[in-house]
Ligand binder design. Structure first.
Ligand SMILES: NC(=O)C1=CN([C@@H]2O[C@H](COP(=O)(O)OP(=O)(O)OC[C@H]3O[C@@H](n4cnc5c(N)ncnc54)[C@H](OP(=O)(O)O)[C@@H]3O)[C@@H](O)[C@H]2O)C=CC1
Ligand SMILES: N[C@@H](CC(=O)OP(=O)(O)O)C(=O)O
Length: 377
């Protein structure tokens, strides 16, 4: 993507700029057509140093020259005051307090961290699925003390949640509610950040446990695939909204998560049962997934993939090494769509956990917010 736009550049900041997700933000934002990197933040271990000295660069793309000499800041609002958008790839141990402080300073935060995903006034947005949930932001700003004009927090989802909700949403849009979902993940080591999982634990091995991951998959999926509705009660004359957590058609989910010796690309085996009888055939499911278009793409978000879901016909695809870079990792790959003898349909999903699973989702969320006029541009 080349920087090429009639818009004046929108200044953005990156918190956690030295981390796995932060580095992917830098790679993507350095060539973004609308956004220009204005400030970088990380821990006090990195603050005060030129970025090139502070970071242990692990991207395949070379470090953009524009950031090499930028001095890394402490994660406090003042150096970010001119940023219309602040992206966060902060460690979850510190993200809660720092992101809240940025919001209180009336800054717009787009976060990858888990801390605010369950907040009833914070949207959990996978941009290729539920950008309509951004409507809750007015309420988030109004209920803040003092009320905010520009500041808010938008979160994107856990990387595995993101991968499977995209095809699941496409299927619900075409065939109605899903009743039951069984999902087993094979998650790449980059999902654990850097240095992450020790090599002696993961080489020649599979670890059948990722702390908190199964709970996140089960809970976040309901918030994202569920609706947002007005509540009868009102506060200060304002109509309130709430997330319905898919409660109108309860969704049973069982998730099992595994860490596998792959560098990038989370793979998931998914089986679904639909509420509607008879269920669609594998052929109908494949066609619906391939035909799905996201609202973000239709609205013209520059980072949205042209093909949201790529359906592979080959019996042994998708594979992490072969397919994760497709469309710069901005879409998801699906394969092996077939009948499930226990539920209705089963298939495989593959997504780049650092791109659409993290940085790319935040960036598309911010693009949607710009197009909706939620972020001043
Ligand atoms: N990796 C992935 O695939 C995904 C990650 N996420 C989430 O995104 C976030 C970032 O993950 P990831 O990039 O993998 O993590 P990393 O461990 O690679 O990076 C963490 C970042 O947080 C910064 N940081 C740590 N402590 C502090 C502090 N006290 N004050 C300010 N900054 C601090 C680090 O700065 P320094 O270098 O100075 O220590 C670094 O920039 C996490 O919340 C994670 O759960 C979400 C989806 C996918
Ligand atoms: N836990 C994920 C990555 C991650 O950080 O998720 P979350 O943002 O939900 O904590 C993984 O290990 O692959």
């Amino acid at each position: 993507m080349q920087r090429q736009s009639d818009r004046p550049p929108i200044k953005v900041g990156i918190l956690g700029a030295t981390g796995t997700v932060g580095q992917r933000f830098i790679t993507l934002l350095s060539v973004h057509p609308w956004f220009t990197i204005h400030a970088l933040g990380a821990s006090s271990r990195s603050a005060g140093k030129p970025y090139a000295q502070a970071v242990n660069w692990k991207q395949i793309a070379y470090m953009p020259s524009a950031v090499k000499d930028m001095v890394v800041q402490e994660c406090v609002p003042e150096p970010f005051a001119e940023c219309a958008i602040v992206f966060s790839g902060l460690d979850a141990d510190v993200a809660g307090d720092i992101e809240a402080a940025f919001r209180s300073a009336d800054l717009a935060v787009f976060s990858n961290a888990k801390n605010f995903r369950r907040d009833p006034h914070v949207p959990l947005v996978v941009p290729l699925v539920n950008p309509s949930h951004l409507s809750i932001l007015r309420q988030q700003q109004a209920l803040h003390s003092p009320p905010l004009e520009k500041g808010f927090i938008v979160t994107n989802a856990n990387c595995s949640t993101t991968a499977h909700v995209i095809p699941l949403h496409a299927l619900e849009a075409e065939f109605g509610p899903i009743d039951t979902l069984m999902v087993t993940t094979l998650q790449a080591i980059s999902g654990a950040g850097y240095p992450g999982v020790p090599s002696l634990d993961i080489l020649d091995n599979v670890v059948p446990y990722i702390s908190g991951e199964e709970e996140k998959l089960e809970w976040e999926t309901r918030k994202i695939l569920g609706g947002i509705s007005d509540i009868d009660s009102s506060e200060g004359g304002r109509v309130l909204q709430e997330f319905d957590m898919h409660a109108q058609t309860p969704l049973k989910i069982s998730a099992s998560c595994n860490r596998v010796p792959v560098t990038v690309g989370h793979m998931m085996n998914v089986s679904v049962k639909f509420s509607r009888r008879p269920p669609p055939s594998p052929q109908q499911v494949s066609e619906a997934l391939q035909a799905y278009r996201s609202e973000a793409q239709l609205q013209g978000c520059p980072s949205a993939p042209v093909q949201t879901i790529t359906v592979h016909d080959e019996p042994d695809r998708p594979q992490p090494r072969m397919d994760r870079a497709h469309q710069d990792g901005a879409g998801v790959n699906v394969g092996r769509v077939r009948q499930c003898p226990v539920l209705d349909i089963k298939f495989v999903v593959l997504a780049d956990n650092v791109s659409i699973g993290a940085a790319t989702s935040s960036i598309i969320n911010a693009e949607v917010a710009v197009l909706k006029g939620i972020v001043a541009s």
